[in-house]
Design a protein around this ligand. Structure first.
Ligand SMILES: [Zn+2]
Length: 452
C-alpha cells in the first residue's frame, strides 16, 4: 500500500468546490494505484455524492453520472467497510439522502434503521430525511412509522418535522394525530413560526375539524388534568363540536388577550421533568470534598423549604470592575425580602468571609433568619442551581446559566424553558436593586380556561 499525502488535499479542495466529478476521478486514480484511503477520504467522497444531488451550488453532473450515483455511493461505502473502518452516522447519511432523491423512501428508512448494525444511534439529521420524504409524498402511515421509530430511539422532533406531520395528518383528517402533534408542538416550540400558524389555520378551517370532539366531558377531570400539566393544557383530546373561529390578536404585557379576553397563564415545567433536572444537576461530578458538602446541603435543603428565591451570591455581588462587592449582594437580598420573595443567598466560603468582615450586623441577622448558606469556593453556582430547581423557586442571577450537555437528555428546549420561567435578573440603580421578574405568562400554545 502506498500513501499519497496529496490525496487528502485534493479531496478537501473538491469538498470546498462541491465538485464530485473531480473527486471521483481522484478516487478512481487512488484505487488504480492501490493507495490507502482513510476515514476522512471516504467521508468526503460520500458526502460529495449527496451534495452533488441536492445542493444547487454543487458543480453540475451529467445524467449518466446522476443515474449511477447510488451504485458509486455504495461502492465507496463498501470499500470503506472492507478497509475495516467503522462508519459513523455522517458516512451513512449521504446514502440515505441518495435513496430519498431516487424516490426510494423505504430504502432511506431502512438505511437509518440499519445504523444499529454498526452500533450507531441515528439522530435527527438522518431520521428527518425519510420522515420528510414520506410527508412530502403523502405516505402518511409510513411517516408515522418513522416518527415512532424516532421516539423509540429518543430522537426529539423539531418544529419543521412536527409541522410536516401535523400538516399531512390534517390533510388525511386524522384528528387525533393532529391533536397529538399540536401537543408535541406545544412541548418543544415556544412561539411557532408564521408558516406553522398558517398550517394551523388551515386545519381549524377544515370541515372535519369542526366535526371532531366529544360532546360531554367531566369539568372536574379537565381541571385536574390542566393542573397536572402545569397549566394551559388538558391533553384530553378535542372537546366540543362546532366551527372554529380563527383570529389574530395582541397579547398585553400582563398576558391578557385582546381577542377573547382570556389571560395567558404561566405554564409550569412538568413535575417529573423538573425532578429529573434536579437529579441531573446533583449528578454533575466534582471532587470528593465538594460532593460531600453537597450531600449535606441537599439534606439541609430538604429541611428548610420556605424559600421563594435563591440568590447566586457570587453573581449578585459581582462588580463590573472585578472582585466582589458585599453591598451589592445585600441590596439584592433586601429587595427580594421587601418584595416578599423570601430569599436564600448561596455564597462561596470566601465571599461569605467578605460579607462577614464588611457587614457583620447583616450577617448575624441573616444567620438568625437562615437567609444564607455557604458552599465550597467555586461551587456556589452549582448549589444555587440545584436549590432553585429542587425547590421550584426563582433563581436570582445575571449569569447566562449555561446548560450542561447532560441536560440535553431532557430535550434541547427544556433548560431554556426552565430559565425563562425562573430566572430573575437585577440591576443596581441609585443604591437600590431593581429586579426583572420572569414574564407573567408563557409564550406557548395554550387552551382557554373557559371551555365552551
Ligand atoms: Zn385569545
Amino acid at each position: 500500500m502506498k500513501k499519497n499525502w496529496n490525496l487528502l488535499e485534493n479531496l478537501t479542495r473538491c469538498e470546498l468546490d462541491k465538485d464530485f466529478p473531480t473527486a471521483l476521478s481522484f478516487y478512481k486514480d487512488a484505487v488504480s494505484k492501490n493507495i490507502h484511503l482513510n476515514h476522512r477520504h471516504f467521508n468526503i467522497l460520500l458526502s460529495l455524492c449527496a451534495t452533488c444531488l441536492c445542493d444547487p451550488k454543487a458543480k453540475p453532473i451529467d445524467n449518466s453520472l446522476r443515474s449511477d450515483i447510488h451504485r458509486i455511493g455504495y461502492k465507496i461505502f463498501n470499500h470503506m467497510l472492507a478497509s475495516n473502518i467503522k462508519p459513523t452516522e455522517a458516512d451513512m447519511t449521504p446514502l440515505v439522502v441518495i435513496a430519498a432523491t431516487r424516490k426510494k423512501g423505504d430504502i432511506a428508512f431502512r438505511l437509518v434503521k440499519d445504523m444499529r448494525f454498526y452500533n450507531l444511534c441515528p439522530t435527527l439529521s438522518s431520521c428527518r430525511i425519510p420522515l420528510s420524504f414520506f410527508c412530502e409524498n403523502l405516505e402518511v402511515d409510513k411517516a408515522y412509522s418513522v416518527e415512532e421509530y424516532m421516539v423509540s430511539m429518543g430522537v426529539k422532533l423539531e418544529e419543521k418535522e412536527i409541522v410536516a406531520l401535523l400538516e399531512i395528518s390534517a390533510l388525511y383528517e386524522r384528528a387525533e394525530k393532529v391533536y397529538s402533534y399540536l401537543q408535541k408542538l406545544r412541548e418543544s416550540v415556544s412561539c411557532v413560526s408564521e408558516t406553522t400558524a398558517q398550517i394551523l389555520k388551515n386545519w381549524f378551517s377544515l370541515k372535519s375539524a369542526s366535526k371532531m370532539g366529544k360532546l360531554d366531558w367531566d369539568v372536574g377531570l379537565v381541571k385536574e388534568a390542566v393542573l397536572k400539566n402545569g397549566g394551559g393544557w388538558h391533553g384530553l383530546g378535542w372537546l366540543g363540536k362546532g366551527k372554529w373561529k380563527f383570529s389574530r390578536s395582541r397579547v398585553g404585557s400582563d398576558g391578557s388577550c385582546s381577542g377573547c379576553k382570556e389571560i395567558l397563564v404561566d405554564v409550569d415545567i412538568d413535575l417529573a421533568e423538573t425532578e429529573k433536572l434536579a437529579e441531573l444537576i446533583a449528578s454533575l461530578s466534582f471532587d470528593k470534598e465538594i460532593t460531600a458538602t453537597f450531600r449535606n446541603f441537599q439534606e439541609w435543603l430538604h429541611n428548610h423549604n420556605l424559600y421563594d428565591s435563591v440568590v447566586d451570591g457570587k453573581n449578585a455581588g459581582h462588580s463590573e470592575y472585578g472582585g466582589f462587592r458585599p453591598s451589592k449582594l445585600i441590596l439584592v437580598v433586601k429587595e427580594l425580602y421587601n418584595k416578599n420573595k423570601s430569599p436564600l443567598a448561596i455564597l462561596d466560603d470566601q465571599h461569605l468571609r467578605e460579607v462577614s468582615k464588611a457587614f457583620p450586623a447583616f450577617l448575624n441577622q441573616w444567620r438568625d433568619q437562615q437567609l444564607f448558606h455557604s458552599a465550597p469556593n467555586g461551587a456556589s453556582d452549582w448549589f444555587c442551581l440545584y436549590a432553585a430547581v429542587k425547590r421550584k423557586c426563582l433563581i436570582v442571577t445575571n449569569d447566562s446559566i449555561n446548560s450542561n450537555p447532560k441536560f440535553l437528555i431532557l430535550g434541547n428546549n427544556f433548560f431554556l424553558k426552565w430559565k425563562e420561567q425562573y430566572q430573575v435578573r437585577f440591576s443596581i440603580v441609585d443604591a437600590a436593586a431593581k429586579l426583572k421578574m420572569p414574564p407573567p405568562f408563557s409564550s406557548v400554545i395554550q387552551m382557554a380556561s373557559k371551555l365552551n
